[in-house]
Every structure is written in structure tokens, then in C-alpha cells.
Design a protein around this ligand. Structure first.
Ligand code: UT7
Length: 368
């Protein structure tokens, strides 16, 4: 049975920064309150042309470049997102087209902020079963478009961004070692987006009466999160036959510093063992774990051979954890690839396909 290794990683965040001071001008809040209650100092906000697929494609290309893989080598794309552009087509399909992954199947996975863990687990299982060789897993969000900027309970929390992993089959032991997934739909009303996607016209406000914004019972979600983060970590380690001492890093969903602190206390681990960057990005839902991972690799913290636990929780309610032995690019990946060069080619291919489809439509229309 092949092993599923994480061989590439990439992230993309919008340039625009929204600080706590900026939020003070928008709702009744203060920098001190936000920092004290959440740990967040600033977050990124998507520009007018930035959607989950745009940020997701950027992150995906970077991940492919690290793995030294061509977009056309990808068999499967899973995009975990809580703010898809549309219900369909899937954001994963838009990314597939944007990067020119012409041989890949693509679908979205909706498990809210736990989505990235679920998606990595699904991709790893597809590799372990022998069904596929190479997978791209992406977490991509423009939560700013489904945030009610008048609601101080939620608008201080969220940010936009994307992160991606490449997973590849190899006979070498390591990679994804175990994962656990849980859900409790009875808490569905605690964190909910009643209507719509993230690419709606501004006029939608009058149609949905504000139901296309995130609603959250923060206190209840907080309680739930502090309970499940430590629990799922211990559960996944037991499943992998590992002890907490074997783990070098914990990379949690970046929602609130106090939630991570509570998990650290429950696990009796120092905060230094947790990778945390929520102060600069806020809660980017499915993107928070891969973004934190990318920064940890860039800083030289996460090294090949390190055992790392990823754990998350979110709307659904859902929660889960995954333990992996960090791999780095496979030794066989020797081709130096600059995948950014494939973007104009992908655009040309996409335009050609659309034109051919239109032409075929015309011809068949006339014949019928
Ligand atoms: O990915 C999963 C998504 N969600 C989460 O992870 C969120 C989980 N929950 C949380 O992180 C926290 O519950 C929050 C940060 C949302 C809120 O922190 P809290 O310590 O649970 O505050 P609270 O809801 O108990 O509110 C305390 C007070 C309230 O005032 P009263 O009723 O005590 O007078 C709120 O109205 O703080 C008030 N408040 C604010 N004050 C200033 C709520 N939001 C703000 C704000 N600025 N932005």
C-alpha cells in the first residue's frame, strides 16, 4: 500500500491589511478588546478581483512548484472552502481551469473550518488505496464577503487567504499517518451562513434580508472548541500508535489564541509547541492550517521527519485531527519547475476549449 506524503505547500493572501484600529472606526470595539479576547491584531481582505479560486490557484501553483510537479500531473483537486464563489461550479473546478490541471478530477468539500483536515484525509485515502498518485488539497476563503461588517461579534474575527498542500504516493514510509473526523449537527445553528455564496451582487442584501452573513454564538463555539481540540489530538495519536512526546509541532486551526491556550493546558504542553500566526491573519477558516504550515516551513521550524498534528473545528459542528510525518519534496522530484509559466498557457487552453465548445454548439445547433 503506498504512503501519502505531503510534498508541496503554498499560500496566498491578499495585500490589503485591515487592522484592529481600522475596525474601531467601523464598529464599537477596541484594539485592546480584540487582542485580549482573541489575539488577533490584523487580517487580510480580498481585493475586488480576488475570490477563493483566485487565491486558491495562486497557493496551488506555489505548492506544485515546491513539489516539482506539473499541473497536468495532478489526478485530484479537493478545495475545502466555507465561502465558495458559487454552490456550483465547485471552486475546485475554477482552480483546475486556472492552473491547467487538465487531467484532474475536482470537487469542493464543505466541513467549514475543519474542511482542510477532512480534505487532506480524503486525498491521503485516495492515494493509499492506489486510486491516484498526486493530489492537490486547497483551503481558500474570502470570508470578508460573507461577513456582516456591522456585527462586532463576528467581523473582528475573520480574514481572507488560501493555502495548499500537494500529496503524493510513495513507497517510502511516512506522510499522513492517521486522522479522525467528527461531527455533531445538533450544533448546526451555532455557526451558520443561512443563504448564498461569496460571489453575490451587492443588491442581494435586499433579497436575503441579511441572511447571507455569518451568524455565530461565539461563546458556545468557544466552549465546544476548547473541549474538542485536545480530545481529537489525543485520539489521533492513539490511532497512529504515537505519544504526545513523539510530536514536534501542533498546528491548530487559527481561530482564537485563548482556545489554543486552553488546548495547551489540557494537553499539558507549552505554547511554544504550537504554531500560531492568527495575530496577522485572523481566522481564515479552511486556509488557516495550510497558511500556518507554510510560514512554519519558511521559518525553518518544520523539518523533514518531524511529526506534526493538525487539528481543527468549525461549523457543522465538525472537528478533526490528522497526524503526519513531515516529508518535504520526494527525492525523485528532480525537475526544476516554474509553474507560474503555466498560467498564460492554462488561460489560452481554457479560452480555446470555450471557443471550441461554442463552435461545436453552433455546428450541432444548425444540424439539429
Ligand atoms: O472557526 C470557528 C469560528 N469561531 C470561533 O472560533 C469563535 C469562537 N468564539 C470566540 O472566539 C469568542 O467567543 C469571541 C471572541 C467571539 C467572543 O469572546 P468572549 O470572551 O466569548 O466574549 P463574549 O461573547 O462572552 O462577550 C463578552 C462581552 C459582551 O458584552 P456583555 O454582554 O458582557 O456586556 C459582548 O457584547 O464582550 C462584548 N463584545 C465586544 N466588545 C468589544 C463582543 N464582541 C465585542 C467586540 N468588541 N468586538
Amino acid at each position: 500500500m503506498p504512503y501519502a506524503h505531503i510534498t508541496g505547500w503554498g499560500m496566498a493572501v491578499p495585500e490589503k491589511v485591515l487592522t484592529n484600529a481600522d475596525l474601531e472606526k467601523m464598529v464599537e470595539t477596541s484594539d485592546a478588546w480584540i487582542r485580549e479576547r482573541t489575539g488577533i491584531r490584523e487580517r487580510r481582505i480580498a481585493g475586488p478581483d480576488e475570490y477563493p479560486s483566485v487565491l486558491g490557484a495562486r497557493a496551488a501553483l506555489k505548492a506544485l512548484e515546491v513539489a516539482r510537479l506539473h499541473p497536468k500531473d495532478v489526478d485530484l483537486i479537493i478545495c475545502a472552502t466555507s465561502s465558495p464563489e458559487h454552490l456550483f461550479p465547485a471552486t475546485a473546478c475554477l482552480i483546475q481551469d486556472a492552473i491547467g490541471a487538465s487531467k484532474a478530477g475536482a470537487f469542493d468539500l464543505l466541513a467549514a473550518c475543519s474542511g482542510f483536515i477532512y480534505a487532506v484525509h480524503m486525498a491521503a485515502q485516495a492515494i493509499r488505496s492506489g486510486a491516484i498518485q498526486n493530489a492537490l488539497v486547497i483551503g481558500a476563503e474570502t470570508l470578508s464577503r460573507i461577513t456582516n461588517w456591522k456585527d462586532r461579534n463576528t467581523c473582528i474575527l475573520f480574514g481572507d487567504g488560501a493555502g495548499a498542500f500537494v500529496l503524493q504516493a510513495s513507497d517510502r514510509p511516512g506522510g499522513v499517518l492517521a486522522a479522525v473526523m467528527h461531527s455533531d449537527g445538533s450544533g448546526g445553528n451555532l455557526l451558520i451562513l443561512p443563504a448564498g455564496g461569496s460571489r453575490l451582487p451587492a443588491s442581494i442584501e435586499t433579497v436575503t434580508n441579511g441572511h447571507h452573513y455569518i451568524y455565530m454564538d461565539g461563546r458556545e463555539v468557544f466552549r465546544f472548541a476548547t473541549r474538542v481540540l485536545a480530545q481529537s489530538t489525543l485520539e489521533v495519536l492513539e490511532k497512529a500508535g504515537l505519544r504526545l512526546e513523539d510530536v514536534r509541532w501542533i498546528i491548530p486551526h487559527q481561530a482564537n489564541y485563548r482556545i489554543i491556550e486552553a488546548a495547551a493546558r489540557a494537553l499539558k504542553l507549552p505554547m511554544e509547541r504550537f504554531i500560531i500566526n492568527l495575530d496577522r491573519y485572523g481566522n481564515t477558516s479552511t486556509a488557516s492550517i495550510p497558511i500556518a504550515t507554510c510560514e512554519a516551513v519558511e521559518k525553518g521550524l518544520l523539518k523533514a521527519g518531524d511529526k506534526v498534528v493538525f487539528n481543527g473545528f468549525g461549523a457543522g459542528l465538525t472537528w478533526g485531527a490528522l497526524v503526519a510525518e513531515w516529508s518535504g519534496p520526494l527525492p525523485s522530484a528532480t525537475r526544476p519547475i516554474h509553474v507560474e509559466r503555466y498560467r498564460p498557457l492554462a488561460r489560452l487552453r481554457s479560452w480555446l476549449r470555450r471557443s471550441i465548445r461554442r463552435l461545436e454548439g453552433l455546428i450541432w445547433g444548425r444540424k439539429a
